[in-house]
Design a protein around this ligand. Structure first.
Ligand code: ADP
Ligand code: MG
Length: 636
């Protein structure tokens, strides 16, 4: 009988209570995953012990053969999972088994609807690790002792999953954690050797730690009384998955391994497994997750790979092996060149890290390229989840600019509504004769961009234009100058030159119009004064009377908004006012002799052009006043 002291009853964190409620009452479609979760935790605990033992061998207490043992008692209806990993102190048990530290928990709880069916689906996606034990158990007892603490400082943690748990200090000679599940009525099938073996095979074969079960006795032997200690046998492959030959690893294995290391509950979209030999020796296994974590855009969100050195776990979230714009990639890297006592500081840089980083970056981009080619639908999913992050790439990683550009997807005037599914290769493939540039337009929203007067001449000539309406697009395009030898042209910027796309007749007509309207250009310049940097005749327009163009080096609307939002002073820029020489309103203006009325109409046209560009007016009331005056004249 173990002696217990300092028994304490504590309440679960609110979020945990809600999760437990759900788990206990919702129809969980995939009950058996609890075993995967508990085994996964045991494997993590073994990794942590091995790592700490690198600097303090005494922690192994003479027992360096790490394993997890799964046993059951049919009569008592219990299932026991026991490991000799790092273990938990009393404080750790309270903290780790009473709260959920995972980022995004708040978000997750907010999404819960109270509809059991929907919510159980959500849980499946979010995952709840240890707490999944309560799917099949109505009582869970955890006995643990942290490596390095005396036997008298063990802890017992027990709960019925109903809002509170009990902790007590116990004697626990064996280091590590033993978890006893008291199976619910109806869940007896989990106290069965064959069932347990097949679950372990299915979900945990890839775990590097041996998962052992008692050797089963069959036939006559099964009835014989036998007091000797059970013989154990290992039921999984028990070698680190990434060390195995690719041919011996099934798609299932790869997926389950991903879930273990990424703490994700959905399958990944792709993986890339490589062994590098030569000057540097390392193995990498990289994954593209199927969905973005809640905190993808938060600075402190976990990122980076799981680092092993010669099979020994060193750290989670080693951020040094991939650039920030690939922070969504998950995986493992196992190096033979780094030292076992490598630290985060040492990892900051150095030739080994630098060359691994550049190789792993390439591998990641290749993996995305392959996904885009082989599974366009999955790539579309990837793009929806992570496209915005990838767009940070050209600015961060100059040397891979072209490769990253090839992975970008855009909405376009020849695309499918606002869907971002046109690649630059698609665009170039559709280019007509005489076109040697990639045209794009940035805008506030898809609707605004798609209806922009800037597109008029392109629509008339049937030239495709990419429509860029994400917040960071203008910034992104600042780093992309060309793709496949073709330069990018912002059609709202500068004096549009369509080059060979404009016929000799077009050019002649434009020149004549410009000459013809010289007087109007001058008068408009005087009327609009300080509001514009220049007035000129436009060749962009077919239907609209006027348009505002940006100066070649001016900041566009998106960039100005980003800078303003971050509290920076934005330099004042003046647009170019371009007018359509064939538009009836412009002709009316040209024929207006009254200076005041001319100025009123000019300002209305200027403000309208600003509105069509998605800008807000400096003096909206003045615009309304002027327009109303004109409307009144109309009806008079
Ligand atoms: P996660 O594994 O994603 O961190 P879990 O809910 O599965 O979340 O586990 C919560 C925490 O409880 C773990 O991070 C770990 O600190 C602790 N824990 C769970 N099982 C064990 C174990 N067998 N040995 C040591 N610590 C454990
Ligand atoms: Mg876990």
């Amino acid at each position: 009988m173990t002696t217990e002291s300092s028994t304490q009853t504590l309440g679960f964190q609110t979020e945990v209570k809600q999760l437990l409620q759900l788990m206990i009452h919702s129809l969980y479609s995939n009950k058996e995953i609890f075993l995967r979760e508990l085994v996964s935790n045991a494997a993590d605990a073994a990794d942590k012990l091995r790592f700490e033992a690198l600097t303090d061998a005494a922690l192994l207490e003479g027992d360096g053969e790490l394993a997890v043992r799964v046993s059951y008692d049919k009569d008592a209806r219990t299932l026991t999972i026991e490991d000799n990993g790092i273990g938990m102190s009393r404080e750790e048990a309270i903290a780790h088994l009473g709260t959920i530290a995972k980022s995004g928990t708040g978000e997750f709880i907010k999404q819960l609807s109270g509809d059991a069916k929907k919510d159980s689906n959500l849980i499946g996606q979010f995952g709840v690790g240890f707490y999944s034990a309560f799917i099949v158990a109505d009582q869970v007892d955890v006995y643990s002792r942290r490596a390095g603490l005396p036997a008298s400082e063990g802890v017992r943690w027990s709960s019925r999953g109903e809002g509170e748990f009990e902790v007590a200090t116990i004697d626990k000679p064996a280091r590590g954690t033993r978890i006893v599940l008291h199976l619910k009525d109806g869940e007896e099938s989990f106290a069965d050797g064959w069932t347990l073996r097949s679950i372990i095979k299915k979900y945990s074969d890839h775990i590097g730690l041996p998962i052992q079960m008692p050797v089963e006795k069959y036939g006559e032997d099964a009835d014989k009384a036998d007091d000797s200690a059970p013989a154990w046998e290992t039921v999984n492959k028990a070698n680190a998955l990434w060390t195995r030959a690719k041919a011996d690893i099934s798609a299932e294995d790869y997926n389950e391994f991903y879930k273990h290391i990424a703490h994700d509950y959905a399958d990944p979209l792709a993986h890339s497994h490589n062994k590098v030999e030569g000057k540097l020796e390392y193995t990498s296994l990289l994954y593209v997750p199927g969905r973005a974590p809640y905190d993808l855009y938060q600075r402190e969100a976990p990122k980076g790979l799981k680092l092993y050195v010669q099979r020994v776990f060193i750290m989670d979230q080693a951020e040094q092996f991939l650039p920030l714009y690939l922070r969504f990639i998950k995986g493992v890297v196992d190096s033979n060149d780094l030292s076992l006592n490598v630290s985060r500081e040492i990892l900051q840089s150095g030739p080994v890290i630098d060359s691994m980083k550049s190789a792993l970056t390439k591998r990641s981009l290749d993996m995305l390229e392959k996904l885009a080619t082989d599974k366009p639908e999955d790539y579309a999913r990837f793009w929806k989840e992570f496209g915005q992050v990838l767009k940070e790439g050209p600015a961060e990683d100059y040397s891979n600019r072209e490769k990253i550009a090839g992975l970008l997807r855009f909405a376009s005037t020849k695309g499918d509504g606002d869907a971002q599914n046109v690649s630059l290769a698609d665009y170039i493939g559709r280019m007509g004769e005489g076109q040697d540039k990639i045209y794009y337009l940035t805008g506030e929203s898809h609707l605004q961009a798609a209806n922009s007067p800037h597109l008029e001449v392109f629509a008339k000539k049937g030239i495709e234009v990419l429509l860029l309406t994400d917040r960071i697009d203008e910034w992104l395009m600042g780093y992309l100058t060309e793709f496949d030898g073709k330069s990018f042209v912002d059609i709202a910027r500068g004096d549009l030159d369509l080059g060979k796309l404009e016929s000799e007749e077009d050019k002649k007509a434009a020149e004549e119009a410009a000459k013809d309207k010289e007087g109007l250009v001058k008068r408009l310049g005087e009327a609009l004064g300080e509001s514009v940097s220049e007035v000129r005749v436009s060749h962009r327009l077919t239907d609209s009377p006027a348009i505002l163009a940006l100066g070649a080096g001016d900041l566009g609307l998106q960039m100005r908004q980003i800078l303003e939002a971050s509290g920076q002073k934005v330099p004042e820029t003046k647009p170019v006012f371009e007018f359509n020489p064939t538009h009836p309103l412009i002709n009316k203006l040209d024929n207006e002799a009254d200076t005041d009325r001319f100025a009123e109409l000019a300002h209305v046209l200027f403000d309208q052009a600003a509105l069509a560009a998605g800008e807000s007016l400096k003096d909206p009331a003045a615009y309304v006043r002027r327009l109303n005056k004109l409307l009144l004249e109309l009806s008079a």
